[in-house]
Write a protein that binds this ligand. Sequence first.
Ligand SMILES: [Zn+2]
Length: 476
Amino acid sequence: MSWKFFVSHSLPLFFLFFFYSFPLISTKHNDDPTFKTMHDFSGYPVDESSHTFTPSNSISLSVDIQALQKQIDELSTFSDTPAPSVTRILYTENDVLARRYVKNLMGLAGLSVTEDVVGNIFGRWDGYEPKLTAVATGSHIDAIPYSGKYDGVVGVLGAIEAINALKRSGFKPKRSLEIILFTSEEPTRFGISCLGSRLLAGSEALAEALKATVDGQNISFLEAARSAGYARDEDDLSRVFLKNDSYSAFVELHIEQAPILEEEGISIGVVTNIAAPASIKVDFEGNGGHAGGVLMPDRNDAGLAAAELMLAIEKHATESGSLDTVGTVGILELYPGAINSIPSKAHLEIDVRDIEESFRNAVINKIHKAAKSIAKKRKVTLSEFKIINQDPPAHSNGSVIKAVVDASDELNLTYKYMISRAYHDSLFMARIAPMGMIFIPCYKGYSHKPEEYASPQDLENGVKVLALTLAKLSLR
Ligand SMILES: [Zn+2]
């Protein structure tokens, strides 16, 4: 679908965007620390004879931080809950409006915009060797209920501003550069996280499962997609799959969602690994009974079995041998849920993560063994122990890490290698492309709540590092 379509249907917004998209061309300052020659950009001597794109073959990277901040603020108004919270659920009216907003910005940045049948959006800047595989960046704009305006958004609007900054500088990419807005990184509506990137990475199981997936209101995935203008007469979602060699690299800019960078006063996090969660659902069932009538020796209390399992999870995660192992029970439900009734059923949902799959899976096995022995000891039934998903963790690619580090060095920004303990679309893009991630600090590490905040300076630093990283990867 052409962005012009959206522009013609949103004229007032168009003029608003028009002013954003043509900021003043920055003048070249030789004392500017971001001043780069093309040689600096690539890290290698570049034959520029056939591609003389700026008079001086030099480049000055300037980020229009006011415009970017304004875009972040405006995008946050497409929300189902009042400011400062943001709630933007897949395929709702506000999601569709927010997507339109982003497509307009992509169009105004001169990108050619396409969408696939589930609404992954691609904005492409053709390189001067368009047959080479492209370099991609991107993130998500959906937001869980009552969250903030920076999670994901920084990696989409920041990427558009990075492209704008490169264009203003006179840079011309060799490999095409592509921005991806991933559909539904958050699992809010259909219970599936990273839905868009999982499909792009070729998940046959998901393409099949989505045909029968419904939301809490019993609206099917395909019905919801169609209401947002996608998957019109298309049931086969496997056509979303990307080929393994679609991108030569993928790099995502994101807020850290943890407090380390801020606490240590470091500008950039260079992600080396992404921990991957496994999700487990567990049910214990007992006889229940009256809280007054059944004496303690005669009980088989499903709630106490759950409590004992929670402590076992803590113990096994703590004793895994790796500091990176974490185990959490985020959901605990007791039935029938009355003060004078012994729980006849307990339902737990468990999240276990590590950057090493073997450590994580070893902990899951121990949790399973613990659940069985607790059930036996407490004479309850372990009626369910179901691993809902068990994605492998991802490792960043050495050459992408190097590009991020070189970019940070050249911009005189402090950086630190770190692990992403949260899930990102990058986890799945790593299956089909060499992957890397750039983190910027966020206030107190807050995320998924309205207090989420990244300072203009940190945003600007992140966008500059992303722009320079994309430029380097593009010239390889
Ligand atoms: Zn995110």
